[in-house]
Design a protein around this ligand. Sequence first.
Ligand code: LRY
Length: 237
Amino acid sequence: MSVLDDLTGGLVVSCQPLPDEPDDPMRDPYVQGRVAAAVVRGGAVAVRANGPADIRAIRAVLDVPVIGLYKHGTDDIFITPTAAHALEVARAGADIIAVDATDRPRPDGRSFADTVRAIRERTDALVLADVSTTAEGVAAVEAGADAVATTLSGYTLASPQTDGPDLGLVARLVALLPVPVIAEGRYRTKEQIGRAFEAGAHAVVMGNAVTSPLWITRRLVPATPRAAGAPEKRESR
Ligand SMILES: CC(=O)N[C@H](C=O)[C@@H](O)[C@H](O)[C@H](O)COP(=O)(O)O
């Protein structure tokens, strides 16, 4: 029995401030802990969170599985770029560590397979490979990943740049891989969640559409007459 079984057929909610918004008022471990508690009360089977401080704050108040990651740096690979980042995530209480497994150079020069080996030597936490293509998913499993997520489709040169989720990638990975495939990346609606499960997803991760008031409000405001001529990034006081 693995912690991945607890995610089966469920909604995972990603509780993170907006990455490109240093002043996102949600950037606060206490706040993310409350957000995580709320989504679990609403039925989320697990949460995904970024950085040791947020992961610790969430772990302190919740028993559900935590998928942890550590966004760091300005290189292409910034989701848990090294084994050292992964171990910090595990120490903070994550059960599953999300690691960029795309086919791009890693900042420390190691391969994804080496990174997984180094993680395995030091922790029992599982490794979730965040990929953008079918080939990356296959390679990630060969390298020892316990599960694969479509998180990075749409964010690499090798993947389609679409507004919606990459449901085709979910289906292709499910057909090829012996490990759970998690659908993640731009899921916004119940219909998209349903289609991901029809494609064989083990679980679906939803982020900003649930947990970012800043992101949600910015998408709604342009529909109002007040928005005409208003400065683009206006925040409420
Ligand atoms: C590409 C990248 O860095 N994705 C990150 C992964 O952890 C997060 O910034 C996303 O918010 C999250 O995965 C899900 O968010 P949404 O459901 O809004 O796509």
